[in-house]
Design a protein around this ligand. Structure first.
Ligand code: 13P
Length: 287
């Protein structure tokens, strides 16, 4: 089954596939172990920083090995590519999806670049995710409150989204309706009325929800139901689980200089977060 088939299945059966950012090998292992345990399809995604750390060719090989080893559907996504060349490199390398983030460009440039990527990607059955409304925040635990009024100004305008989809032919739209990158003390509520309006105008398009950390489980489930969201990106919560477990392990084993000996509990800590997300997303047993 291709990525398109998996998202179509998710949409018709009412579940979402978790797209987890892979910051290091332990996180890669934890996400795959958790998904295999839950018999769930999963998406591994790499931001440009993460690609810089691993190397594009290594990512493709690691994922190919993981598919064989874990025997579950593992989709591969390039997360928030800001440049056409980066996106085309992932298409050439055989990713399943490329998320072109043209939200900092003018609408016209965004359309023009996104179309170029769509043309290349669709010759290889690779999906393209597009973004027009810059998703606020960054993937970390924020101590400062968000300005909720300013935030609302960045929410998706359904009509503009429809124009973008029509003009580009892209496959997955990154909708913005209260979802933000990272966690905040005043985490905003999702705007379900807006989500329903986006769903209505983009009735032929897959929808993703970025900023999957920090949103209460009930709201995530409602978003999957109302918006038929098929892909939910998660980064902050897994990075935080990794970091907390690493700090704890190093504190408990101050003399240890063999890194891999510290990792079993770290992997377990990240797995717990991924398993909990899979429960909320409803993808358990769908592999
Ligand atoms: P969080 O860091 O809020 O989980 O968001 C991740 C994300 O959307 C990556 O594209």
């Amino acid at each position: 089954m291709t990525a398109r088939d998996w998202f179509a299945k998710a949409q018709s059966e009412g579940f979402a596939i978790g797209a987890f950012n892979v910051d290091n090998l332990d996180i890669l292992k934890a996400v795959c172990e958790a998904a295999a345990k839950k018999k769930s399809p999963v998406m591994l995604e790499f931001s440009q920083g993460e690609v810089g750390y691993f190397g594009l060719e290594n990512i493709v090989d690691l994922v190919a090995n993981a598919r064989e080893h874990y025997d579950i559907p593992i989709l591969l996504n390039l997360d928030h590519a800001k440049k056409v060349e980066e996106s085309l490199a992932a298409v050439d390398a055989g990713f399943d999806e490329v998320h072109f983030d043209g939200s900092e460009l003018t609408f016209e440039e965004n359309v023009q670049y996104c179309r170029k990527i769509v043309e290349a990607a669709h010759t290889k059955e690779i999906l393209v995710e597009g973004e027009i409304d810059k998703i606020s925040g960054s993937s970390e635990v924020h101590e400062q409150d968000l300005n909720l009024e300013t935030l609302k100004a960045s929410y998706t305008d359904p009509e503009k989204a429809a124009k973008f989809v029509q003009a580009t032919g892209m496959d997955i739209f990154a909708a913005v309706f209260g979802n933000v990158h990272g966690t905040f003390p005043n985490q905003p509520d999702l705007d379900f009325e807006l989500l329903a309006a986006i769903r209505e105008v983009l009735y032929k398009t897959f929808l993703s929800m970025h900023g999957g950390s920090g949103i209460p489980a009930e709201q995530v489930k409602e978003a999957i139901k109302i918006g038929k969201i098929v892909k939910i990106n998660v980064n902050t919560e897994i990075r935080q689980a990794f970091r907390d477990a690493l700090v704890e392990e190093m504190g408990e084993n101050p003399e240890q200089s063999t890194y891999y000996k510290l990792t079993p509990d770290i992997v377990r800590a990240v797995m717990a977060v991924v398993e909990a997300k899979i429960d909320v997303f409803g993808s358990e047993g769908k592999a």
